[in-house]
Design a protein around this ligand. Structure first.
Ligand code: ZN
Length: 260
C-alpha cells in the first residue's frame, strides 16, 4: 500500500478527516494526499477506475466522478502506463506467437494514403500496422507494435520474452523459421490448410485475443495510429484480467497507481 507523507513536516501519521483528507498528527496540517502523483483521493481514484473499466467513455467518467476532464485524462494516462507493465517479463511453457495487422481501425486516414496502398509482403496495405503477440497457454497474453513482421523484428522479441526450452507454436510464416536453432521447441500450424487444431499445435489462444482487440478498437469508432501502443497495453490488460471481478480489478489498478 502507498504511504502518504505530510507536505509540511513529512510526518507519516495522520487522522483521517472528511472527503479523503488527512490531518497530520505532528503539525495538524490538513491536506488531500497525492496518489499516483495527483491530488485525487482513494475514493476518487476508485470511482474513476470503476467507470473506466466499465465504459471507457471520457464524458461518462467526467460526469459520474465529477473530476475535471483534464484530471481524468491525466489519470487515465497513468492507468494505461501501469497496465503496460502489469504483465510477466518472461513467458514459458506452452507458448503461442503470431502477428496480425491493424488498419481498418484508423481514424483520420488520409485519402491519399488510402489510394496509394500497395500490396506489401503479406499482401496487405502499407498503412497496416503489424502487431506481434505472445500468449502462454497457462497464463497471460502480451502484444506490441512492430515495424515489420520479418525475422529481424520478431526473433529478438521472442528471445527476450520467451524462456529457452519453451514449446513455441506459430504459423508457417517465414519469420519464425529457425526458432528451433534458437533453443526453442518449435511447432507450426498451417493456416491455409484449415488445420488450426493439430493436437497441441495451434495458435487459437492468440487468434482469440487478436479478434477481441480488433472488435474493441472498432467499437471505439477507430483510433489514431500514433495512439495504438497506448491502447494496446490497455486491451492486453483488460483481456488478461477479463475473468477478475470488477472490484478486484479496481483494487489491483489502484495499488499499482498508488505505488508509482
Ligand atoms: Zn505535518
Amino acid at each position: 500500500m502507498y504511504q502518504a507523507k505530510c507536505k509540511k513536516c513529512f510526518g507519516k501519521r495522520f487522522w483521517k478527516v472528511r472527503r479523503g483528507k488527512l490531518r497530520c498528527k505532528n503539525c495538524r496540517y490538513e491536506f488531500t494526499p497525492k496518489i499516483g502523483g495527483m491530488r485525487l483521493t482513494k475514493y476518487q481514484w476508485e470511482a474513476l477506475l470503476k467507470w473506466f473499466l466499465r465504459c471507457q467513455s471520457l464524458n461518462v467518467i467526467v460526469k459520474e466522478t465529477d473530476i475535471s476532464e483534464y484530471k481524468v485524462l491525466k489519470a487515465l494516462n497513468l492507468v494505461r502506463q501501469v497496465m503496460a507493465v502489469d504483465i510477466p517479463e518472461v513467458f514459458e511453457g506452452e507458448v503461442e506467437v503470431d502477428e496480425t495487422y491493424l488498419g481498418g481501425q484508423w481514424k483520420f486516414k488520409r485519402k491519399s494514403v488510402k489510394k496509394s496502398q500497395k500490396p506489401s509482403k503479406r499482401g496487405l496495405g502499407t498503412t497496416k500496422q503489424p502487431v506481434f503477440g505472445i500468449l502462454a497457454r497457462c497464463g497471460r497474453v502480451w502484444a506490441t507494435i512492430v515495424p515489420d513482421a520479418e525475422a529481424k523484428d520478431l526473433i529478438p522479441i521472442i528471445e527476450k520474452r520467451i524462456k529457452r526450452g519453451s514449446r513455441v507454436n506459430s504459423d508457417t510464416w517465414r519469420a519464425y523459421t529457425g526458432l528451433a536453432t534458437k533453443g526453442y521447441v518449435h511447432r507450426t500450424v498451417e493456416h491455409a490448410k484449415q488445420e488450426y487444431v493439430k493436437g497441441k499445435s495451434h495458435i487459437n489462444g492468440l487468434e482469440g485475443f487478436f479478434g477481441y482487440l480488433k472488435r474493441q478498437l472498432a467499437s471505439r469508432g477507430g483510433i489514431r495510429k500514433e495512439r495504438l501502443s497506448y491502447y494496446l497495453a490497455e486491451y492486453v490488460w483488460r483481456y488478461n484480467y477479463r475473468e477478475l471481478p470488477i472490484e478486484k480489478k479496481v483494487k489491483r489498478l489502484f495499488n499499482l497507481v498508488a505505488n508509482t
